[in-house]
Design a binder for this molecule. Structure first.
Ligand code: IMP
Length: 522
């Protein structure tokens, strides 16, 4: 019998009782193989009948929040403060602001994200009418720009009384002259709430370089600059509130009594989602806090965790969480499994928790151990809706901290929140922020994380699009046009998997090259 022609190939295929490879349940059967992690398996390719640009990465963060990309930045003090959170939201994900700082500082970071408007300078440098020409010239030299709104008492926000540009003071000889004598008082302003396009029109018509934006009482709220407008990028995927159009932002809190007051400040600042930050989420403290948050703030979404078993998940689902965070011991800076004897390989944890939680419509975030685009796809294929990343985003321009040089490499610090370094900062500042890893009564700090450094990765403004396009190609290879379809087809046994032996994993890496450079994107 010859199998050479096409019809016969299809006929023969349909005579097999199962599809090639394994369904997800057989892959993850821990009685056979024990716990698996992302590197232990692969997804088999499907059929490509759509361009990769068509692939939608839309996915749920919580019951009520859907994001255009499944990317979440971790609440760590070397990963997410307001700058990272703004970029994450602009590119369709979300940042969760860390809590290794005072409640007021954390709330201010939330406010900065909420205040951010693309193209508007949200915290312009301002001067007072009494500022002298010498002082403005000095400011120009240090800040690198030459237009300064003048507010009544020199603070921001404050009542706008004028604007000074280099044309006013550049050739002014008397250093002690106050800007009140030189500034333009007849101002063209924009009203708070105007769109970029409207602002742009006013700038063009008025032929001005800067447009101060004021509220109904004449207080300066932001500034629009003609030079910045030309550089403006559009962010079609941005995560925004459908009501206020402000960027979405999350923040983490601990499970102590004090955290209720912290949460109140965060909500007042405009918080959209709170992540209850605990390495072992199945505790009465967390359950009480979830119930408190759900009862007190009806619009706030609450993510509980961390969990790695369905029993842990059940407790938090019963207490009312809107989302779950999965992972214990899988983080790149984590030594929890070593020290606590507790944890679970991340693939198995994600599969078991999501298989249970998804039945209740509770979206899950796979947290920790994500080292490349393939890991993100695998987490989603195992049932996660989003992935949380620490190490992947550390070392970018938007992560907190200064770059430094070591061994000829440009580096930034990346540390676990349960490292001695991070816990020292907490105990010194007197707040309970890394209570995730220690109790106030602890006499000895037991580290669950390490502190290290990662290589400069450039800006997330390049890195996040790389993740996005990479994921689109990955889903195209699997033959799924969206994250939703991927999840459906995994459940239906249509997307197939293969277990990977240790040597298969070696085969999947670069082999036998004397030297090579691993450049991930241009
Ligand atoms: P990564 O993306 O693999 O670097 O892992 C980041 C995740 O590790 C975070 O989102 C936390 O869940 C977890 N994590 C952060 N700090 C520590 C720590 O000190 N010990 C254990 N896990 C940590």
């Amino acid at each position: 019998m010859s199998y050479s022609d096409f019809t016969k190939a299809e006929e023969l295929l349909s005579s097999y009782s199962t599809k090639d490879g394994l369904d997800v349940k057989s892959l993850m059967d821990s009685n056979i193989r024990g716990g698996l992690t992302y590197n232990d398996f692969l997804v088999l390719p499907g059929k490509i009948n759509f361009p990769s640009s068509k692939v939608s990465l839309k996915s749920k963060l919580t019951k009520k929040i859907t994001l255009n990309t499944p990317f979440v930045s971790s609440p760590m003090d070397t990963v997410t403060e307001s700058e990272m959170a703004i970029s994450m939201a602009l590119f369709g994900g979300i940042g969760i602001i860390h809590h290794n700082c005072s409640a007021e500082e954390q709330a201010e970071m939330v406010r900065q994200v909420k205040r951010f408007e693309n193209g508007f300078i949200n915290e312009p440098a301002v001067i007072s009418p009494q500022t002298t020409v010498a002082e403005v010239k000095k400011l120009q030299a240090t800040l690198g720009f030459s237009s300064f709104p003048v507010t009544e008492n020199g603070t921001f926000p404050g009542k706008l009384v004028g604007i000074v540009t280099s044309r006013d003071f550049q050739f002014h000889e008397e250093a002690e002259t106050q800007v009140s004598e030189l500034m333009t008082k007849e101002l063209v302003t924009g009203k708070k709430g105007i769109t970029l396009t409207e602002g742009n029109q006013i700038l063009t018509q008025s032929k001005k370089g800067k447009l101060p934006i004021v509220d109904a009482s004449g207080n300066l709220v932001s500034l629009l600059s003609r030079t910045d407008l030309l550089k403006n990028q559009d962010y079609p995927l941005a995560s925004k509130s459908p009501v206020t159009k402000q960027l979405l932002v999350g923040a983490a809190i601990g499970t102590m009594e004090d955290d209720k007051a912290r949460l109140a400040l965060l909500v007042e600042a405009g918080l959209d989602v709170v992540v209850i930050d605990s390495s072992q989420g199945n505790s009465v403290f967390q359950i009480n806090l979830v119930k408190h948050a759900k009862a007190t703030y009806k619009d706030l979404q609450v993510i509980g965790g961390n969990v790695v078993t369905r029993e842990q998940a059940a407790s938090l689902i019963a207490s009312g969480v809107d989302g779950l965070r999965i992972g214990m011991g899988s983080g790149s800076i984590c030594i929890t499994q070593e020290v606590m004897a507790c944890g679970r390989p991340q693939g198995t944890a994600v599969y078991n928790v999501t298989e249970f939680a998804n039945k209740f419509g509770v979206p899950c975030m796979a947290d920790g151990g994500v080292q490349n685009i393939g890991h993100i796809t695998k987490a989603l294929a195992l049932g996660a809706s989003t992935v949380m990343m620490g190490g992947m985003l550390a070392g970018t321009a938007e992560s907190p901290g200064e770059y430094f040089y070591k061994d000829g490499k440009r580096l930034k610090t990346y540390r676990g929140m349960g490292s001695i370094d991070a816990m020292h900062k907490t105990s010194k500042s007197g707040n309970a922020a890394t209570s995730r890893y220690f109790s106030e009564s602890d006499k000895v700090l037991v580290a669950q994380g390490v502190s290290g450094a990662v290589v400069d990765k450039g800006s997330v403004k390049k890195f996040l699009p790389y993740l996005y396009y990479g994921m689109q190609h990955s889903l195209q290879d699997i033959g799924c046009e969206s994250v939703e379809i991927l999840r459906e087809e995994v459940d239906a046994g249509k997307v197939r998997f293969e277990f990977r032996t240790a040597s298969a994993q070696l085969e999947g890496g670069v082999q036998n090259l004397h030297t090579f450079e691993k450049r991930l994107h241009n």
